[in-house]
Design a protein around this ligand. Structure first.
Ligand code: HEM
Ligand code: NAG
Ligand code: NAG
Ligand code: NAG
Length: 328
């Protein structure tokens, strides 16, 4: 007994020494929730303050910041690359141009942070934190945003054009793009629930509308179709409407309830419930989340952490930008 005890004890000692050595090889290579606790403890207050006041002016900004994080993470990982200025950057890729918003809020946060803890907090982390507060202040779940990302040195426009999902794609193809960054079908369904807040422009759903009833999308509620038709007709495609027709600015599970009633806005939304290729894998989950808001919140929080973990730069990789729009 005694022998066994001391044997396993020294075995554990060797193990923990090994683990210690392995982890000191690369200092802070993983994201953590206490990354700035000693170097910039005010980061939470500052980001929170800016997101809160931006949303008091315009509630939609919470949604815009959430989408900014998503579009950052899907291209070369969550590295702040979407923030880099330049015509050949990600900002001007097809899914982002005249569409992604919130850059000025990130700039204002960065400016404050550079004053109190210069070159400490990365732009990629600011985006991740701002997205978290955008969700929270819209009424969504709180989750611990993991931090410690560093900023990328280049923007990848073709990566954005190819890697970001389009609302005109079928569900199989969207699942494939999430798979390319390590996210699964559950993540597709639960993260699409982000469309419980925010707006979309006519040009991104008017393919579902038609003046002749035979070419209209049969999976779009007729009354909703008629209303969208009158909103979009004669415009230049830039008019916007709520992605969640029942509670535009509130983060809740009504997005899924809408899908059950053929009231999803984008064809990629409705496809999770109604499309032939979506049905097998995604319909059951839509039903689950439509009936259980707690389950949606819980899973959404989990998938956000997963999305925030897509290929972060850590350790000595990348840099801490002084200005989020340009490399140092
Ligand atoms: C599943 C594939 C997805 C597709 C095809 C898609 C597509 C779109 C489109 C077309 C818009 C409207 C853009 C515009 O009007 O210019 C939009 C808005 C939005 N998306 Fe997605 N999206 C997807 C997934 C996601 C994910 C994973 C998130 C976040 C976790 C997200 C968050 C948002 C938000 C919050 C808005 C509203 C932004 C605002 O009002 O400024 N989307 N999305
Ligand atoms: C740009 O993104 C594509 C697709 O994600 C990737 O294959 C490519 O390596 C990226 N290019 C650079 C320079 O990072
Ligand atoms: C929509 O708005 C953008 C930016 O203001 C503008 O360049 C474009 O011509 C407008 N119309 C369409 C159809 O995109
Ligand atoms: C989905 O789109 C891809 C790419 O366009 C296509 O190859 C595939 O056949 C489509 N699948 C379904 C079920 O429509």
């Amino acid at each position: 007994m005694e022998m066994e005890y001391s044997y396993s004890c020294s075995f554990m000692l060797v193990c923990s020494v090994l683990v210690l050595c392995a982890s000191t090889r690369c200092v802070r290579c993983q994201l953590s929730d206490d990354f700035y606790d000693y170097t910039c403890p005010h980061v939470y207050n500052i980001v929170q303050h800016h997101v809160y006041s931006a949303m008091r002016t315009e509630m939609r900004m919470g949604a815009s910041l959430l989408r900014l994080h998503f579009h950052d993470c899907f291209v070369n990982g969550c590295d702040g690359s979407i923030l880099l200025d330049g015509d050949d950057g990600e900002k001007f890729a097809i899914p982002n141009k005249n569409s992604v918003r919130g850059y000025e809020v990130i700039d204002a946060i960065k400016e404050d942070l550079e004053n109190i803890c210069p070159e400490v907090v990365s732009c990629a982390d600011i985006v991740a934190l701002a997205a978290g507060y955008g969700v929270l202040f819209s009424g969504g779940p709180y989750y611990d945003v993991l931090l410690g990302r560093r900023d990328g040195l280049l923007a990848n426009q073709s990566g954005a054009n190819n890697g970001l999902p389009s609302p005109f794609e079928n569900i199989t193809s969207i699942i494939g793009k999430f798979g390319d960054v390590g996210l699964d079908t559950t993540d597709v369904v639960v993260l699409s629930g982000a469309h419980t807040i925010g707006r979309a422009r006519c040009k991104l759903f008017s393919n579902r509308l038609s003046t002749t009833s035979s070419s209209a999308d049969p999976t779009l509620d007729a009354t909703m179709a008629a209303n969208l038709q009158s909103l979009c007709n004669g415009g230049d495609g830039n008019q916007t409407t709520a992605l969640d027709i029942t509670s535009a600015d509130v983060f809740d599970n009504r997005y899924y309830q809408n899908l059950l009633n053929q009231r999803g806005l984008l064809s990629s939304d409705q496809g999770l419930f109604s499309s032939v290729d979506g049905v097998a894998n995604t319909k059951d989950l839509v039903q689950t989340y439509s009936a259980n808001g707690h389950r949606f919140f819980w899973d959404f929080a989990r998938s956000m952490v997963k999305m925030g973990n897509i290929s972060p730069l850590t350790g000595d990789d990348g840099q801490i930008r002084k200005n989020c729009r340009a490399v140092n």
